[in-house]
Design a protein around this ligand. Structure first.
Ligand code: HEC
Length: 116
């Protein structure tokens, strides 16, 4: 029932920028610019350009272990946020990839569902 009620909603209804501000910005900062050495930037992050599955994976499963962005090493912990809907995760991933990281590959709710 719950699933059926969300399916007909058009993907465009989810506002990636607003969702980012609500769920991600506290750590990744306004515009996804990050905090050097603590929270990796999402804007201009070469790991994320046209890698929507990497963004989706981080949101659904969280992220830990060393990673490097633009020559700076991060070794922190991001909690999983798998309570977000497929539409919302897709909208956030598209906002990050298309608007912040400079990519072109659009993802959708179906891709998020398959990565859960
Ligand atoms: C509580 C703080 C926090 C919140 C909230 C948070 N993150 Fe993170 N995020 C981190 C940290 C810390 C890392 C680095 C983890 C590591 O060092 O392995 C990270 C890593 C990432 C990465 C991996 C970057 C790379 O180069 O591979 C992505 C993508 C990401 N976050 C996206 C998001 C998105 C999208 C949201 C909102 C839905 C979000 N994060 C919310 C703290 C947070």
């Amino acid at each position: 029932m719950g699933l059926l009620t969300v399916l007909p909603a058009p993907a465009a209804a989810a506002d990636g920028k607003a969702l980012f501000a609500k769920h991600c910005q506290a750590c990744h900062q306004a515009g996804g610019k990050g905090l050097s050495g603590v929270f990796p930037p999402l804007a201009g992050n070469p790991n994320l350009v046209d890698q929507p599955q990497r963004i989706i994976d981080a949101v659904l499963k969280g992220k830990s272990g060393a990673l490097e962005v633009n020559g700076v090493t991060y070794n922190g912990f991001m909690p999983p946020m798998n309570y977000l809907s497929n539409d919302d995760v897709a909208a956030i991933a598209n906002y990050i990839n298309l608007d912040l990281a400079g990519g072109q590959e659009k993802t959708d709710a179906g891709a998020v569902a398959s990565l859960r």
